[in-house]
Design a protein around this ligand. Structure first.
Ligand code: GLU
Length: 266
């Protein structure tokens, strides 16, 4: 027996990419990586997978577009940059996906909206119909009306709620870290990747938490919050490095890298 998303082409995969995967460390947008990402997602969609992309990067793209040298400080400035950058980000996705023959749709959500019955059902209906129409939804938080993602620096939890809403089979979090380590790999050369987590035990939580071991953009603690939501919904979640988007295809072919959070036995 193997995990239900391995080579099971009609299953639903939610892929979340963070700003660190979409941009260089100097803040400039990494167009080549976005093009690769679009190529891989279009490829798995053509194989039959239902694909939903949750993408951050609006603030980074907005800052780049306006030629800002420094990172924005105030919340309002970040929101304004997100409003500028979101349109540009979609333009970039549209261009690269169009080259593969795929259509994308912009969907802006809020975490609260996914918990309120009517809004939740509206979001479900829209996403369900888009998938049925063969369109790839590209989701970000609506940063104008909600600052959850900006403040906590992370769309991981939003992606987990989307995965739960859409009864996805797999949530892949592409990050600038390789997975959950036993200790901080930047400080401890003997740190090992934990390949599979079946229970968010206090030990696992303390591995990720605390300033000593809280590494990676957005922090591992928030990623474990996402893992909890996914696991409670019976959805497998993988945290892996997004520097080579091919990792998505490899994962679906059963060649897994990173950390898998699962409540299933195999
Ligand atoms: N929604 C914000 C953006 O697109 C970022 C939230 C996050 O860092 O995940 O820039």
């Amino acid at each position: 027996m193997s995990y239900r998303w391995i080579n099971k082409k009609d299953t639903c995969v939610v892929v979340k990419v963070g700003s660190s995967t979409l941009s260089f460390s100097n803040g400039k947008i990494n167009l080549q990586r976005i093009e690769q990402l679009a190529g891989v997602l279009a490829g798995i969609k053509k194989q039959g997978y239902k694909v939903i992309l949750v993408s951050s990067g609006a603030i980074a793209v907005g800052g780049g577009l306006l030629g800002l040298k420094k990172k924005p400080r105030s919340l309002a400035e970040k929101q304004a940059l997100a409003a500028v950058g979101q349109a540009e980000l979609m333009k970039i996705y549209q261009k690269f996906f169009e080259a593969t023959g795929e259509t994308v749709a912009q969907v802006l959500l809020t975490k609260d909206g996914l918990q309120e019955e009517v809004k939740r059902s509206n979001a479900y209906n829209t996403l369900h119909k888009l998938l049925e129409m063969g369109i790839i939804p590209v989701i970000n938080e609506n940063d104008t009306v909600s600052t959850f993602g900006i403040r906590f620096g992370n769309n991981d939890v939003l992606a987990a709620y989307v995965a739960e809403l859409m009864h996805a089979d797999l949530l892949m979090i592409l990050s600038d870290i390789n997975g959950l380590y036993t200790t901080d790999p930047r400080k401890d050369p003997s740190a090992q990747i934990i390949e599979t987590v079946r229970e968010l035990s206090p030990e696992i939580i303390s591995t990720a938490g605390g300033s000593k071991n809280s590494f990676g953009t957005g922090g591992m603690t928030v990623k474990l919050d996402a893992a909890r939501i996914a696991m409670e919904a019976g959805i497998d979640m993988i945290i892996t490095n997004g520097k080579d988007p091919e990792v998505i295809r490899e994962t679906l072919a059963g060649k897994r890298k990173g950390t898998l959070f699962t409540v299933h036995s195999s």
